[in-house]
Write a protein that binds this ligand. Structure first.
Ligand SMILES: NC(=O)c1ccc[n+]([C@@H]2O[C@H](COP(=O)([O-])OP(=O)(O)OC[C@H]3O[C@@H](n4cnc5c(N)ncnc54)[C@H](OP(=O)(O)O)[C@@H]3O)[C@@H](O)[C@H]2O)c1
Length: 336
């Protein structure tokens, strides 16, 4: 499905455009800490919880639930500092002493680092109730690759999380059998940028965009591809795990937020971004709406700052999701 070996980007509907604009004028969060469950004795993983939206999500969880929370991230020093800071802020804002937050080191851009991280987690915990696959990278310098040679966003945002989830599935599914329906969830943090992804999500002819000229459009398409893939995987997970009937797998765009995600952006992009983005705390409300709202069903997609929305029509394709799933299985087989 190509024109001159370039990805085809489907035209957006009125509703798609509305969704893209909604990020600039999002609705105020109404599903907030007062609505979250106690989650006592439950265990939560948040990837990339050391900064940005993940940081705020961990803080909100630590301040308003009684769950044991683990941050899976790559930088030990940065994460331990973040945990210290979160614990201080929780004490100040929520007036409680939080349950100590755990740290497990893993680099989602290096598939060999994921199984040791899961083994470390399994040596500490015997249950897992909620997984927020939040870590992500956006528009890194052209040609950036993971340790195994995948385009950095595809490798990190998609394959890294896929393998992590795959290795966590046994303990997560086992836990879900003893939870009421809908309590066990996987939250795949995607983006409205999925609207810019190639038709069907992935440009299969050249997944790494090696032969696609790099410009302001194609770099968005490449990030959008990784986020479309997260949506496809969120929708595919229940199909490939039919016995896990109590689990909800869902995706979202947290909002347009002031975080470190723009660390690779130009000065002009940063200037524009500052004008058009919202404090990162709001993004946590979107993530925790997806994690806890009773209105969420398998495959749903939420937007800022906690309301239901839709995904670009071609990303509802079962065929597209299955093809991506099979590819992810094949690529991650050597690392399980
Ligand atoms: N900010 C927005 O406007 C926006 C909009 C739509 C979607 N999102 C999505 O929201 C999620 C959170 O992003 P953010 O805005 O909070 O950005 P951020 O501040 O840059 O945080 C990203 C997190 O991902 C981690 N990460 C990146 N590469 C990793 C790797 N190889 N292994 C492990 N962790 C890695 C980062 O770790 P380090 O600190 O070590 O780099 C950091 O903790 C992402 O999935 C992003 O795509 C954000």
């Amino acid at each position: 499905m190509t024109t001159n070996n370039l990805p085809i980007i489907p035209s957006r509907t009125f509703a798609d455009w509305k969704q893209m604009l909604h990020g600039f004028w999002p609705s105020k969060a109404t599903f907030t800490e007062k609505d979250y469950p106690e989650f006592k004795d439950k265990v939560i993983i948040v990837t990339g919880g050391n900064t940005g939206v993940g940081y705020e999500t961990v803080k909100s969880l630590a301040g308003s639930t009684k769950a044991k929370i683990y941050i899976f991230s790559r930088n030990k020093e940065k994460t331990l500092k973040a945990i210290e800071q979160i614990e201080l802020e929780v004490a100040k804002e929520y007036k409680i002493k939080p349950i100590p937050i755990g740290f497990i080191q893993t680099d989602l851009g290096d598939l060999t680092s994921i199984k040791p991280a899961v083994n470390e987690f399994l040596s500490k915990e015997s249950r897992l109730d909620l997984i927020i696959l939040n870590a992500g990278v956006m528009m890194p310098p052209p040609g950036s690759k993971t340790k195994q040679g995948y385009e950095l966003q595809l490798g990190t945002n998609v394959l890294g999380h896929f393998l992590l989830q795959r290795l966590l599935d046994p303990i997560f599914i086992k836990t879900s059998f003893n939870n009421p329906p809908g309590v066990s969830r996987i939250v795949w943090v995607a983006s409205t940028a999925h609207q810019l992804a190639p038709l069907g999500g992935i440009f299969w002819e050249d997944k790494n965009f090696d032969k696609v000229p790099y410009n302001s459009n194609t770099k968005m398409q490449l990030y959008g591809q990784s986020k479309a893939a997260d949506i496809l995987l969120a929708k595919a997970w229940p199909r490939f795990n039919p016995d896990a009937k109590n689990v909800i797998s869902t995706s979202l765009c947290p909002g347009y937020l002031q975080t470190e995600l723009t660390r690779h952006s130009s000065a002009f992009e940063l200037f524009l971004g500052k004008l058009l983005t919202w404090p990162r705390r709001n993004g946590a409300y979107t993530e925790l709406y997806a994690a806890f709202s009773p209105n969420i069903k398998n495959g749903d997609y939420s937007i800022s700052f906690g309301e239901p929305s839709h995904v670009r029509k071609d990303l509802n394709s079962i065929e597209a999701g299955d093809k991506l799933w099979d590819w992810c299985v094949k690529e991650t087989n050597p690392y399980v």
